[in-house]
Design a binder for this molecule. Structure first.
Ligand SMILES: [Zn+2]
Length: 443
């Protein structure tokens, strides 16, 4: 039956008997290009692994920025090298060089920025393969930084390239940046780009950071961080007559007991609505990062009563908590301990505060990524949040870009471990998802 108002067109006799070829959709062409580039993507990730960009101290950054920049240039990006000259960690021996590639669309906006850090943590012991060789074995790419996150950088670059190879023109603009120092806070990397206005809400609409969450997990944000030091003070005396002094270490042990007996159970009673994985991290946590005590003017043990003890704490807080209350809670615990322990003197000083961040699950970035994951993997994407922070904090706080997620190949649990690896299948699949998302968001 032909619905009303639809006119039958005359079909030429020639067309009548031939098979009309089905026009391939642009997205099919893009997916096909990713498949044919699979070996190239793995080779490029392996090439990056072979540059041992170990942080600390930040080795071979210039070489790695150059390797990424050269590939971006080959792929028709305008490339800039941006040295974080104003940062104290940018030195002659260890220059902090970031690389930024831009491919202008028909218009400047919307702009999608793909960012990956290229520094890696030191390899440590326990490896059964060379951590800097880029070994491919049994469908896996091995090496320090394979998952975290040189495979992610390769996925980002080849996702954009697959769109170009498929001949799909983009309306909006796409950028890819390779940045330094994420593993040590990112101040000379993403934070520096944001402070210099290179990554900013006035230019940038969407940011994807291909950190290793795997093909069907999209990370919306992370918990907050409060790092602080507590120092307790005592009165020194001869170690053979400790009753004549007051031990700062004994005082600190009172503080540690109170944290275990009072604060830790209170934290267990709070649960965030954020989808943090693993589930144990849906509650606030406190870790004692380190304790050192003794005589204030020496790091050597002496036959004396300790007059100083310092402990560094790492309190992770929830989106539903407030840093002011988190701090206040700690101070009132210290006050309670001091009230029970006449003569106990302490200081509390902040080291680092990172606010929790979360991108709305209803934002176009998340919904398009979710749809692309479904199309490529056939599974529905799991929305997660990270227990620890990553460069999203700078994108949110300094660049003020509201739509930012982490999505990339590899498995977070094996990052920073010996024999770190990324499944090649995961690398190809995430490249496809990112490529589809590019087409849908800015095509
Ligand atoms: Zn990382």
């Amino acid at each position: 039956m032909i619905p009303d108002g639809i006119e039958l067109r005359k079909v030429s006799p020639l067309l009548q008997c031939s098979v009309i070829p089905q026009m391939a959709q642009p997205t099919d062409l893009v997916l096909r290009e990713v498949d044919s580039a699979a070996d190239e993507i793995v080779d490029f990730a392996a090439e990056l692994i072979r540059i041992p960009t170990v942080n600390p101290p930040g080795e071979f950054y210039a070489d790695c920025a150059q390797a990424i920049g050269a590939r971006l240039q080959d792929f028709d990006f305008d490339v800039e090298y941006l040295a974080a000259t104003s940062r104290p960690e940018h030195t002659k021996a260890y220059p902090r060089i970031n690389v930024l590639g831009r491919r202008l669309g028909r218009v400047a906006r919307p702009l999608l920025h793909l960012n990956g850090h290229f520094d890696v943590v030191p390899p440590g012991g326990g490896w059964t393969v060379d951590p800097f060789k880029g070994v491919v074995r049994d469908g896996r790419l091995y090496g320090r930084g394979s998952a975290d996150m040189k495979a992610g950088l390769a996925a980002a670059i080849y996702a954009v390239e697959a769109v170009r190879r498929a001949g799909v023109g983009l309306q909006g603009t796409v950028e890819v940046s390779g940045t330094v120092d994420e593993e040590s806070g990112g101040l000379a990397g993403v934070a520096w780009l944001a402070e210099r206005g290179r990554l900013n809400a006035t230019l940038t609409d969407f940011v994807i950071i291909p950190e290793p969450f795997g093909v069907d997990r999209i990370c919306l944000g992370h918990r907050g961080v409060y790092w602080f030091d507590v120092v307790t003070y005592g009165r020194t005396a001869h170690g053979s007559m400790p009753f004549l002094g007051e031990s700062a270490i004994v005082s600190m042990s009172r503080v540690l007991d109170a944290i275990r007996d009072e604060l830790a159970p209170a934290l267990l009673g709070r649960v965030t609505a954020m989808p943090v994985v693993p589930e144990g991290a849906r509650r606030p946590t406190i870790n004692i990062n380190g304790v050192s005590g003794g005589q204030a003017d020496t790091s050597q043990p002496t036959p004396c009563v300790a007059d100083r003890c310092t402990a560094t704490f790492d309190r992770r807080f929830l989106l539903e908590e407030n840093i002011k209350d988190v701090r206040k809670e700690m101070i009132s615990l210290l006050e309670r301990v001091a009230a029970d322990e006449p003569g106990l003197k302490y200081d509390l000083s902040d080291r680092l505060i990172v606010e929790p961040v979360q991108t709305s699950k209803n934002s176009p970035l998340v919904t398009e990524l979710q749809a692309a994951v479904g199309e490529v993997s056939g599974r529905s994407a799991q929305l997660v949040a990270s227990p620890g922070t990553y460069d999203h904090k700078h994108v949110a706080r300094l660049a003020r870009v509201k739509q930012c997620v982490a999505y990339g190949p590899g498995n977070l649990e094996i990052a920073h471990q010996p024999d770190e690896w990324c499944a090649i299948d995961d690398l190809v699949q995430t490249t496809k998802v990112i490529a589809l998302t590019i087409v849908r968001l800015i095509g």
